[in-house]
Write a protein that binds this ligand. Structure first.
Ligand code: 6R9
Length: 650
């Protein structure tokens, strides 16, 4: 690579090959592996054997469109596969989890340690009468107890519903309500850039408004993390450290049907409230275990660090279930990348000799902005593979990552997947797939992805269209919690017989995929999915707001940012304080991740004659580009007014 080769000049044809040494030692060296995956059932049947089953499956797949059952008749336990089976061999005393706290504290758990802690906490849950099939909400920061609580649920067959610690009390309430969780596990607070954020107080605020249908939230278990004062409600709230004291360290793992629920994870979609995406034990575990080993080229001695929060699917699949089922050593970091200094990540890589790093484009763009002096001041020579996930990675960021973090020695795996897919679906296999910056390359073996037009017909190479999955895959969601119809309508109704991802993508001459982004009403802010409908309803909840419409606009670091157009009720004057108040209102209703970067207040929003808000035109305005076709508008004056005023502010 020469200095002058600017990232912008990269063309689709330009390929990057792994160093020879990398490919000749890679886990996957057989370039025919993708062909082997063509026989989907045979392929996944073979991969199923990588797990320990209490009872083997009878049928690999029952496909009752659009409901799939994988590994039918098989029985297993996810926590057993992540812990117990490693104790039989040399991994017994291997580090499973290396935890680094934001304040610099460190805790290391061997596989044996982790099994002990998980079994103990599983017994605590049992003593609170949490049973197989019950739900447990986990509202926690990035600390070991979060992983322990997840695996403890898995061990006894309860489904965990992890709610990202950045969500507000109100968002938490919705999720507890929908899942009807029996227990909530939380902490007193969480550290962020040296401050502490009150999580328990949010739980206290959320719970009184939860409507229980039956036995919901009987107990709240509180981990002491920051030591900040909390109110403990007698008979309901229990300290974690007191609860585990003197509890047996033996707890048998429940034999689960392959199709039993492992967890629910809420995610944003086009309409209404977030959906509870349901994942099952068997297919999910086979999917994440296989992809984790092959995509990250996992070797016994690797030190693997995934920076995603456990509150998102990446944390579930590639911080917990994938790596632990493979017996990996996982680094978990609690805090912010710039605390106390902007080189914290690189210090962690140096300190633990991290070999595999999996992070997000938004983080990479932030590091780019901070400048290369931060990574160059640290020894990153242990790194041998880099990963990216969450949103399209622009070639500039790819090149920077490749050069300044990977020293031009590390392949980058750009992995495309979703909460719903459970596992990585498109990715390079680093030993065999030549890379193109900005492309997630090709589907994983045994996964059948296509790009189709409006009619659902495949588009030719060189063209863009809708990204769909043609055939079921093992880690696919089972349903939307409690709402099979919504599952069907959301994912299977646009194109007959195909799963619709909500993404748009292009296919190039080499059959490489280039995902460009969402085509539905989901905004991807820093790799987090935010539904425009959710932000709109948060805004409309404010007493001064008549109507709100949100769109995503391009943002150089976050990828996209929320731009909200708000019309006020009669008699309410437009003023700057109100803009701040509305932003704060969104934070209160959803959490700071959904805070709009821009809010424009006006008396009216552009509508069609039939009264529909024309978001397409609002998007043009937010992006600062020419306005598209306005012929169906009821009043062109409104859009012209918005454009003039917003352009004048730039
Ligand atoms: C894993 C995760 C899913 C959406 C997805 C797409 C975007 C994720 C991507 C990517 C381009 C990649 N996305 N990875 N776009 N290239 N490598 O992020 O799940 O939070 O459900 O988001 O993220 O738009 O549809 P989730």
């Amino acid at each position: 690579m020469t200095e002058e080769r600017s990232a912008r000049s990269l063309e689709e044809k330009e390929m990057f090959f792994p160093p020879k040494e990398f490919s000749s030692n890679a886990v996957i060296q057989n370039s025919e592996i993708h062909e082997l995956g063509q026989d989907r059932n045979e392929f996944w049947n073979e991969q199923g054997k990588r797990l320990d089953w209490f009872k083997s499956w009878d049928t690999i797949l029952e496909w009752n469109y659009p409901f799939a059952k994988w590994y039918v008749g098989g029985k297993l336990n996810a926590a057993y596969n992540c812990l117990d089976r490693h104790l039989k061999g040399a991994r017994r005393n291997k580090a499973a989890l290396i935890f680094e706290g934001e304040q610099g504290d460190r805790r290391v758990f061997t596989y044996q340690d982790l099994l002990r802690e998980v079994s103990q906490f599983a017994n605590v849950l049992k003593s609170l009468e949490v049973e197989k099939g019950d739900r447990v909400t986990i509202y926690m920061p990035m600390i070991p107890e979060t992983v322990i609580a997840m695996l403890a649920c898995a061990r006894i067959g309860a489904a965990h519903c992890v709610v990202f610690g950045g969500f507000s009390a109100e968002a938490l309430k919705d999720r507890i309500q929908d899942s009807q969780s029996k227990v909530v596990v939380t902490t007193d607070g969480s550290y962020r850039r040296g401050n502490s954020i009150p999580l328990k107080a949010n739980v206290d605020r959320a719970l009184p408004s939860v409507t229980c249908i039956n036995n919901c939230v009987e107990n709240v278990i509180v981990v002491k993390r920051t030591g900040q004062p909390v109110d403990m409600i007698e008979g309901r709230d229990i300290w974690y450290h007191e609860a585990v004291e003197n509890v047996s360290i033996v707890c048998p793992a429940e034999a689960m049907e392959a199709d039993d629920m492992l967890f629910i994870l809420y995610t944003s979609g086009t309409t209404g409230k977030p959906k509870g995406v349901v994942h099952t034990v068997g297919g999910y575990m086979v999917g994440v275990s296989t992809t984790h080993e092959w995509v990250f080229d996992l070797k016994e001695e690797d030190v693997y660090w995934c920076t995603a929060d456990v509150g998102w699917i990446t944390g579930h699949s590639y911080l917990v279930y994938g790596p632990l089922s493979n017996g990996a050593t996982v680094v978990m970091y609690e805090g912010a990348p710039d605390y106390p200094e902007k080189d914290r990540y690189w210090k962690i890589v140096e300190k633990y000799r991290v070999t595999i790093l999996y992070t997000a484009p938004t983080a990479i763009r932030t590091f780019m902005k901070w400048g290369e002096s931060y990574p160059s001041g640290r020894d990153l020579s242990s790194l041998r593979l880099l990963g990216s996930v969450g949103e399209p990675i622009n070639p500039e960021a790819w090149m920077w990552y490749y050069k300044h973090i990977g020293r031009e020695q590390c392949p980058i795996v750009d992995t495309w997947w979703q909460t719903e897919t459970g596992m990585i679906m498109m990715t390079p296999l680093p030993g065999i797939t030549p890379l193109k910056p900005g492309s997630c390359t090709i589907p994983f073996p045994g996964v059948h992805i296509e790009i189709v037009d409006h009619a659902g017909d495949p588009v030719p190479k060189g063209k863009s269209g809708y990204l769909v999955v043609r055939e079921p895959w093992p880690a696919m969601l089972k349903t939307v919690y409690g709402d099979d119809k919504r599952y069907e309508d959301t994912y299977w109704s646009q194109f007959k017989g195909l799963y619709f991802t909500g993404d748009e993508a292009k296919w190039d001459e080499d059959s490489y995929f280039w995902v460009t982004g969402r085509v539905d009403d989901v905004i991807n802010v820093s790799g987090h999915r935010i539904g425009t409908a959710e932000v709109e309803s948060a805004l409309a909840d404010h007493p001064f707001v008549a109507e709100a419409a949100c769109v995503g606009r391009t943002h150089e670091v976050k990828g996209q940012a929320v731009f909200a157009f708000v019309s006020l009720k009669e008699g309410i004057a437009v003023n700057d304080e109100l803009v701040d108040e509305l932003k704060a209102h969104v934070v209160l209703k959803i959490g700071s991740l959904a805070r709009p970067d821009d809010i424009f207040l006006s008396t009216e929003l552009p509508k069609t004659r039939s009264g529909k808000i024309m978001r397409r035109l609002l998007k043009d305005i937010a992006e600062g580009r020419e306005i598209g076709d306005t012929s169906t508008l009821a009043d062109v004056g409104v859009i012209n007014f918005l454009k003039e005023n917003i352009d004048a502010r730039r």
